[in-house]
Structure formats: structure tokens, C-alpha cells
Design a protein around this ligand. Structure first.
Ligand code: GAP
Length: 487
């Protein structure tokens, strides 16, 4: 196993050990590609959501947020094209009986060629894949798999079925009795909840174009093959924003949102070298331009967010299918039109994984005399699940009581944690491992002069400060302003 595989394995086991992410239904051996967020994971996830919501809704006068239902009228998915076109090309290996996405098998081969320094072969294969996908040419995908000798990772054989399309939507029934129950779908994207509320929001909020509607919510996809932990799940969360613009201006807005969104990613302290844009060759049925923001995970560059220029496709389709006019009267040009839409769509779980991978470090702290190491999560302080740990140096002499008075003062504004078990060194390490930016130690001196020791997570340096200055100090480190003013 190479070091990047090790790194990812360590991130996954760290996430479980410290209560960030658990496999769903684990005591029943789990449910494939479904995960639960633990006590710290839920906090981190909430903080990422807050960061996105504040950056998109609170900082923009012309963007508002909604929360639409997961269940929607089944016609919506016909109108959006999902019933007929939301497919992945799948292929089965006849020996292992395992199912794969044909395009992903080929992408893995491209990555292997690149790793082996066969750059030209990788480029040729990428071109062939793009062409086959663009033409929806399923037999061609199979030919590529055969020509490049791609084998099933489980059976090792090349005994493949034909490539077929597989619809990714989950269907269920709605209704009291089986006879009159209607087939409905679990939404595969949150965006349609925004489109069908376009008129409601525009009218009730007296919104003028350009304006945006943002939403955070669950989405469901019956992925052919789900892998790489929370990267590709069957139940996941999206943070999407549809920006409604005057037709003809969509490319300017597309460019602006592309830059704006990359800035949002970098503001949390990620290394810019770990990010890149990937322009789509095969455009989705609704788009006239599309780009992915990719992050370099330990297993390679992968999409975290998509920015799509969706034209007027969705509103036009809903106008046709519902019979309701989806037009906006633009007083500046005295014209009615169906707005064009630029969408930003980020997977919350993928962002979570980005933050985890980007923050995780195993540091060797050994000296000549002593071997030592620590696992640390260098979260941006605003995203950290716990902002400060309050630690009495010992369990006696009134130190726990003093520590509790500090907690009582801070807990209304910050998520803080009390810990008195084990040596102070061990307690520091536990907080490093969950990414707490500062530890506040209460010692005997605290009882005489109301000062505490602050120990910083990243450089492990310590300083003595007055309890009266704690609140401002913490706010200056972890407050949302520290992050949002970079945007
Ligand atoms: N409304 C447009 C849309 O849904 P998408 O590229 O299919 O576009 C947007 O999805 C984002 O949702 C992706 O960039 C990714 O971060 C996230 N996403 C998509 N499928 C996912 C899955 N199965 N598991 C986790 N995240 C997923």
C-alpha cells in the first residue's frame, strides 16, 4: 500500500474513532454507501452549512434562502428530464457479479496510465472516453473497456456484459392504500425545489433580476457504484444556489460565480495548489457551460462543486408541463422573459471530506531523547466543532469549580468542552485530534489572579491571559467575520 492510500485510510479511521462519521446501521453490518454523522461530525457539518449560508445568503442582498420539501410532484422529474435522462452507463462482470460504472472503470485506467508515466496513452484514452460519452455511445464504451484490457478489480477477468443505462432515481409510493398510491421520487437534486418556487419567491420577496435562491437539503441517488467513503453516497446533502439572470448575460455571471466559489473554498485555509477547475466536455442536457471545482484528495483530483449555466431549460420545461407562466417582467428593458440560470451546486458531504483531508496531519514530535507524535486536525477555527476546551490542571483545590464558572460564561456563545480526566498533556492531544483551536488551562495561579493559560493547537505555544479577555480573544479567532471578510 502506498502512502496516499495510507493517508486516506487513516483519515477514515480517525473520523470514526473520534465521532465524526460512522457507517450507517453498523451493528447490522452497515448499509452500502450510507453514513451517519457522529457528535463531532454533526457540529462540523452544521458549521460548514452556516459558512455556506452566510456567504451566499447573508452577504448578498439579492440572494434569499428557502427550504423546500423532499417529496415533489412526479411531473417535476419528467419536466426536468430526470425520468428519461438521469442515467449512468453500467456494466456487470459475469464472474464476480459486480456492477460498475463503465465511465469510472475507464477513468481509473486513465489514472493508472498517468501514474505509470504513460501520459500520451492517458490523453488518448481520455479523448476516446469523452467522445463516447458525448455521443451516449454505449457499445463504444464497451469496446474501449475491451481494447484497453480493463479487468474486474474483484474477479480479475474481462468477462463483461454489454453497457446499459441505469436510472439513478429512488422511487417510492405516496398514498394511504396500495390501489390509489402514486409513484413518487426522492429528489435527486435540490435545484428543482428552487425552480418550482421561482414565482413564489420572486413575487413574495419582490425580487428583481439578477437574484438568487439558495437551499441546503438532502438528495438521493441510487449510485451504481458507491465508493471512497462519503465521496459518493446514496443519501447525501447538497448546498445549491440558482441565480436568475437576464438572457444573454449568463456567461458573465458564470465567470463571476466560478471565481466567487473558488474564493469560498480557499478562504478556509486550503492550499490553492490542491484546487483546479475542470471544464465539462459532455454538457448535461440543461447546460450551455459547466465547470467543476476539483480538490486533490489522497486518491486524486475529484469534483467537489459544479457551476452550471443551465440556460432557461428548467423554467421553460416547468412552464410547459405545469401550464403556468414562468416569466419575469424586467422594467429596465420593458420586456417579459424567462430568466436564464447560473447554478452553483456543492455536495456538503464532499466539502466535509475536503475539510477533513485538508486538516488531518500526523506529526512526528520526537526529540533525541523521546519518541512522540500527535494526530491533529487543523480546522479553520470558525469550522472547528469545539471552539475551546476548559481544563482544570487537577481535580481538586477548587480548580474544577473555577473551570465551570468559565464554561458557564462562554457556553452561550461558543461550543466549549470540559475535560478533567488524565494528564494535561493527554488532554491537549485529545483536543488536537478533534481540532479544538485552543485549550484553556485553569491552575492554582488562576485562583489568585484570574488568569489562565491558553495553549494553541497549531503551534502548541502557550500564553497567559486574563479571564476577562477570554471572550474577545475567542471571538477574534473563531467568529464568522474572520472567515467571511476574506470573501
Ligand atoms: N443540481 C445540479 C447537480 O445536482 P451534480 O454535479 O449532479 O449537479 C452537484 O451534483 C454536487 O453534488 C457534486 O459536485 C457533488 O459535490 C455532490 N454529489 C453528487 N452526487 C453525490 C453523491 N452520490 N454523494 C455525495 N455527493 C454527491
Amino acid at each position: 500500500m502506498n502512502t496516499t492510500d495510507d493517508l486516506f485510510k487513516n483519515v477514515v479511521s480517525h473520523a470514526k474513532e473520534y465521532g465524526f462519521v460512522f457507517p450507517s446501521s453498523e451493528i447490522y453490518d452497515g448499509l452500502s454507501a450510507v453514513y451517519d454523522y457522529g457528535q463531532l461530525g454533526a457540529e462540523l457539518k452544521n458549521n460548514i452549512k452556516t459558512y455556506w449560508w452566510k456567504a451566499m445568503v447573508q452577504l448578498h442582498e439579492n440572494i434569499v434562502g428557502i427550504d423546500s420539501a423532499i417529496f415533489m410532484h412526479p411531473k417535476i422529474w419528467k419536466a426536468s428530464g430526470h425520468v428519461d435522462g438521469f442515467n449512468d452507463p453500467m456494466i456487470d462482470n459475469k464472474d464476480s457479479k459486480k456492477r460498475y460504472r463503465a465511465d469510472q472503470l475507464i477513468e481509473d485506467k486513465i489514472a493508472r496510465y498517468e501514474k505509470d508515466g504513460k501520459t500520451q496513452k492517458a490523453q488518448e484514452l481520455q479523448k476516446a472516453l469523452d467522445a463516447a460519452l458525448q455521443e451516449d455511445n454505449l457499445p463504444q464504451l464497451k469496446s474501449i473497456i475491451e481494447e484497453h484490457g480493463i479487468a474486474c478489480p474483484i474477479s480479475g477477468t474481462r468477462n463483461w456484459t454489454d453497457v446499459r443505462q441505469f436510472n439513478l432515481m429512488f422511487a417510492t409510493k405516496m398514498g394511504a392504500s396500495a390501489e390509489d398510491a402514486d409513484d413518487i421520487y426522492l429528489r435527486p437534486e435540490t435545484a428543482q425545489g428552487i425552480f418550482v418556487n421561482f414565482l413564489n419567491v420572486q413575487k413574495s420577496g419582490r425580487m428583481k433580476i439578477p437574484f438568487g435562491i439558495a437551499q441546503i437539503g438532502k438528495a438521493f441517488r441510487n449510485e451504481v457504484i458507491a465508493r471512497q467513503f462519503i465521496m459518493r453516497m446514496r443519501e447525501f446533502e447538497q448546498m445549491e444556489m440558482q441565480f436568475f439572470v437576464r438572457p444573454g448575460t449568463e456567461m458573465e455571471w458564470f465567470k463571476q460565480w466560478k471565481e466567487n466559489r473558488l474564493k469560498w473554498h480557499l478562504a478556509v485555509g486550503s492550499d490553492p495548489i490542491k484546487y483546479r477547475f475542470h471544464d465539462h466536455v459532455k454538457l448535461a442536457h440543461y447546460a450551455n457551460a459547466a465547470v467543476d471545482i476539483e480538490y486533490e484528495f489522497p486518491f486524486g483530483f475529484k469534483e467537489v462543486e459544479g457551476i452550471h449555466s443551465r440556460t432557461d431549460f428548467d423554467l421553460k420545461q416547468h412552464q410547459t408541463f405545469s401550464g403556468k407562466k414562468m416569466q419575469f417582467f424586467d422594467p429596465e428593458i420593458n420586456q417579459n422573459y424567462i430568466p436564464y440560470v447560473v447554478e452553483t451546486s456543492i455536495g456538503l458531504d464532499r466539502m466535509f471530506l475536503t475539510v477533513l483531508c485538508n486538516s488531518f496531519e500526523e506529526q512526528d514530535l520526537s526529540t533525541e531523547d523521546k519518541r512522540d507524535s500527535r494526530s491533529v486536525l487543523h480546522f479553520h477555527p470558525a469550522l472547528a466543532p469545539i471552539k475551546a476546551a476548559i481544563l482544570p490542571l487537577t481535580k481538586k483545590d477548587g480548580l474544577p469549580e473555577k473551570a465551570r464558572t468559565i464554561i458557564r460564561d462562554l457556553k452561550f456563545d461558543f461550543s466549549v468542552q470540559y475535560d478533567e480526566k488524565d494528564s494535561i498533556g493527554k488532554r491537549y492531544r485529545r483536543q488536537d485530534a478533534i481540532g479544538t483551536p485552543i485549550c484553556i488551562t485553569v491552575d492554582h495561579q488562576t485562583l489568585t489572579d484570574d488568569t489562565v493559560t491558553i495553549r494553541h493547537r497549531d503551534n502548541m505555544e502557550q500564553e497567559r491571559i486574563a479571564i476577562s479577555t477570554l471572550r474577545n480573544m475567542i471571538e477574534g479567532m473563531v467568529g464568522w467575520k474572520t472567515l467571511l471578510e476574506k470573501l
